[in-house]
Design a protein around this ligand. Structure first.
Ligand code: NDP
Length: 284
């Protein structure tokens, strides 16, 4: 039987509904949450993502500011914009859209964002807190993927979870979140020997690789839960890192691409922004 879909459209709408209630409560108290995105250059995918973030803010009543900088922006100017947004009390969530043009030091710019305004949840401080299980802002994509698992009532504790991909924004925080949920976690990467042996052991398999349809059906255990983080453009269409049609026949649950984890990433960005605003206003 084909796997059940973990539908990012439905689940992200559910998250937004919950968030709208919290934003309305803040607005009723005279407080408006604000998200600021710093966008450098003309990367079309980045412009698309930022447009989707602006729309989500509009739906929820979050004030959205996008600072658009030219592709030849200097490191100094980028850092000055981060500092300005850090100091702006109307901004509670702040992010620098990645990827940045090659001449810019993204890690340095990101490290300047105040951890309490880190909407993407990838600042060193928040990444460190995640290691310890003290959750500050959590990286949006893994946070969204975990929400999908939990909302379907999928048991995580004691399961073998295999994450393929060890990036700082997806793979590593995903592995940490699953570990804190008491899964036994294996983190694979391009140097993993016999990757398929590992993936076939996975009760929960997360693919965050960046290679279209890389995970084939013979790499997946019967009845596994498959979370496809990949977002690849092939012949003008998006597809994931999982060979969806074939793997769907074997898995118990699977996320589609598009309409899966990507939707949840934006919902969790909104969630991190609302949480940051609530923390700020609670301090008075
Ligand atoms: P990175 O390129 O930063 O990391 C890719 C990871 O995959 C690396 O750890 C790499 O290993 C590993 N990898 C690459 N090739 C192989 C291979 N043949 N076998 C095993 N592992 C391999 O990518 P990101 O983590 O940023 O993104 C991953 C994917 O997720 C992309 O498609 C991206 O577009 C998508 N994405 C989607 C989001 C969403 O909201 N849906 C959000 C963010 C990303 P190594 O470290 O050894 O090089």
């Amino acid at each position: 039987m084909a796997a059940q879909l973990l539908d990012g459209k439905v689940l992200s709408a559910q998250v937004e509904e919950e968030l709208k209630i919290r934003v309305d409560a803040l607005l009723a108290g005279g407080h408006r949450p604000g998200l600021c995105v710093i966008l450098v250059g003309d990367d079309p995918a980045s412009h698309l993502y930022v447009g989707n973030k602006e729309k989500a803010c509009d739906r929820l009543g979050i004030a959205s500011t996008t600072i658009r900088l030219p592709a030849d922006t200097t490191q100094e100017d980028l850092e000055a914009e981060v500092r300005k947004a850090n100091a702006d009390p109307a901004i509670h969530g702040l992010l620098v859209q990645l990827p940045l043009p090659r001449h810019l030091d993204g890690a340095k710019a990101l490290s300047l964002i105040l951890p309490e305004k880190d909407a993407d949840g990838i600042h060193d401080t928040n990444a460190g807190k995640l290691m310890r299980g003290e959750f500050g802002a959590v990286a949006c994509t893994p946070k969204g993927a975990l929400y999908m698992l939990k909302s379907a009532g999928i048991a995580i504790g004691g399961k073998n979870a295999v994450v393929v991909g060890r990036s700082n924004i997806v793979g590593k925080p995903m592995a940490m979140l699953l570990l804190h949920e008491n899964a036994t976690v294996t983190l694979c990467h391009s140097r993993t020997a016999d990757l398929a042996w590992h993936t076939r052991n996975a009760d929960i398999l997360v693919a965050a690789i960046g290679q279209p349809r890389f995970i084939k059906a013979d790499m997946v255990k019967e009845g596994a839960v498959v979370i496809d983080v990949g977002m690849n453009r092939v012949d003008g269409k998006f597809c994931g890192d999982v060979d969806f049609d074939a793997v769907r026949q074997k898995a118990s649950y699977i996320t589609p691409v598009p309409g899966g984890v990507g939707r949840m990433t934006i919902a969790m960005l909104m969630s991190n922004t609302v949480e940051a605003a609530e923390r700020t206003f609670a301090k008075g």
